[in-house]
Design a protein around this ligand. Structure first.
Ligand SMILES: NC(=O)c1ccc[n+]([C@@H]2O[C@H](COP(=O)([O-])OP(=O)(O)OC[C@H]3O[C@@H](n4cnc5c(N)ncnc54)[C@H](OP(=O)(O)O)[C@@H]3O)[C@@H](O)[C@H]2O)c1
Length: 425
């Protein structure tokens, strides 16, 4: 039988939101020639919507079964997931996974494992769920013409921000609603503090630009400090606030990358991304701008990406990590400037001398803000902007490299001019 008609015998780890979705979607897709032989779960007492003999709590029944040639790993425990995935690949099984935290935390080891075992490890569902972004970055943008990638990759935070704008809710009310509707976890820290988006961004950077980076090294934060006053400012200026993951190729071919709240213009495709949806905007040499949009979470949308990976396994598809292995990989830069808006209760908490330029300051009854340009390196090395009373939001098109040298030259003078003029203490 040719590889294009390879029959997939699946061992499924996890039968939660995603696992059950995979089970149901596969039942409706007989043409795929894929059957689930066994499902490994954690709690044997839970009621399952499937025949009892399908389930086990013994992972060996899947990992040691020679007939099972594919492991689909969709559990919610990153450490256990890494063990399962490593063992499966070592046992010559292909793997499909949706565990973004596991992939981000173990990317280096997973790259080595793929080279050592020559087995496929596909994880389209792990970033943007239903949006086919990883395989497009690998195959379609297989050249060095990719200029930038900007994305909303976390549905929970996008839902909360949408409700803060359109529903006039404050952050806590919007978070509560997200929890009630199942768009945020009971413990929402991974989402709202930006860790989840940074996890996804770390391996998307690998597929887009060949950068292998631990997400802890990225500059990122979430939406937890966004204030109602910030939403008012955005409304006045006809902006929206989004948690944007950005990667932009600079003039020296290095990449400026971060995950930070950002104001976006109404004409920006990312402004169109509402509620729990995700979106990715790619700018490349000749194609100009392209926009991917779709559901970034949920049982069936996530299962659909897993289905697509399974389908690719029928012809033994593997990520080649072309930007990493076949091109000269890019590296991250911190030699650029960001134009940012910072709101605060007291200017004493904002080291204004760190800004190269302060364009404006504004005092309101409840809260003040400034808009200024600061070196990314300074931001990377300081913590004041992570203070609970301070909200930092990147301005639209806020990445500034061309003027970096000029900004550096004028930095000292501008700060001296600005800080006394604008900051009555
Ligand atoms: N939900 C989404 O929309 C979505 C989207 C993209 C990616 N993901 C990722 O997909 C993965 C699964 O998410 P989910 O929402 O489906 O989680 P979930 O609903 O909490 O389900 C997790 C499943 O994993 C099982 N499990 C946990 N530890 C296990 C172990 N050591 N061995 C075997 N089974 C184990 C649980 O077993 P019990 O049933 O016995 O408790 C449960 O069935 C996560 O990594 C998540 O980040 C989720």
């Amino acid at each position: 039988m040719s590889d294009t008609h390879k029959t997939l015998v699946i061992g499924l780890f996890g039968f939660g939101v995603v696992g059950e979705g995979v089970y149901k979607v596969l039942k409706q897709t007989p043409s795929l020639k894929a059957t689930i032989k066994k499902v490994c779960i954690k709690n044997p007492e839970k009621e399952r919507d499937g025949p009892a003999e399908l389930f086990t709590t013994d992972k060996r029944e899947l990992l040691d079964d020679a007939e099972i040639n594919v492991i689909v790993e969709v559990i919610n425990d990153a450490d256990a997931a890494f063990e399962i995935v490593s063992e499966a690949m070592t046992n010559k099984k292909s793997v499909v996974s949706a565990s973004k935290k596991m992939i981000a935390e173990h990317l280096c080891e997973l790259l080595i494992l793929q080279q050592a075992t020559k087995m496929s490890l596909l994880y389209e569902a792990a970033a943007g769920a239903s949006i086919p972004i990883i395989r497009n970055l690998e195959e379609y943008y297989d050249n060095d013409l990719l200029h930038s990638m900007r994305a909303i990759v976390n549905g929970s935070t996008n839902f909360i921000l949408t409700k803060m704008f359109t529903g006039n809710l404050n952050y806590f009310q919007a978070l509560l609603l997200a929890k009630q509707l199942g768009f945020a976890e009971t413990d929402p820290v991974l989402d709202v503090e930006g860790h989840d988006a940074a996890h996804k961004w770390s391996f998307l950077l690998t597929h887009a630009f060949g950068i292998v980076v631990n997400h802890h090294t990225l500059v990122y934060t979430g939406i937890q400090r966004i204030d109602a006053g910030d939403a008012r400012f955005a409304a006045e200026k006809e902006y929206e606030i989004k948690l944007v993951a950005e990667a932009k190729k600079m003039e020296n071919d290095m990449i400026a990358a971060f995950v930070l709240p950002q104001f976006v213009n109404k004409t920006d495709p990312l402004a169109f991304v509402r509620d729990e949806n995700n979106g990715v905007v790619i700018e490349s040499g000749f194609a100009d701008r392209q926009f991917f949009y779709g559901k970034g979470a949920g049982s069936f949308p996530t299962a659909s990406a897993i289905l697509s990976d399974l389908s690719a396994l029928r012809y033994d598809y593997k990520y080649e990590y072309k930007k990493l292995y076949h091109h000269a990989p890019c590296s991250l830069s911190n030699d650029f400037f960001l134009e940012v808006y910072v709101s605060y209760d007291s200017v004493r908490h904002v080291p204004t001398e760190q800004f190269a330029i302060i364009r404006t300051t504004h005092r309101r009854q409840d809260r003040c803000y400034l808009i200024g340009t600061i070196s990314f390196k300074t931001l990377q090395n300081s913590t004041w902007w992570r203070d609970p009373d301070i909200s930092l939001i990147v301005m639209p098109d806020g990445v500034n490299h061309a003027a970096a040298a000029q900004l550096k030259l004028s930095a000292h003078r501008s700060v001296e001019e600005n800080k006394y003029e604008y900051f009555p203490r």
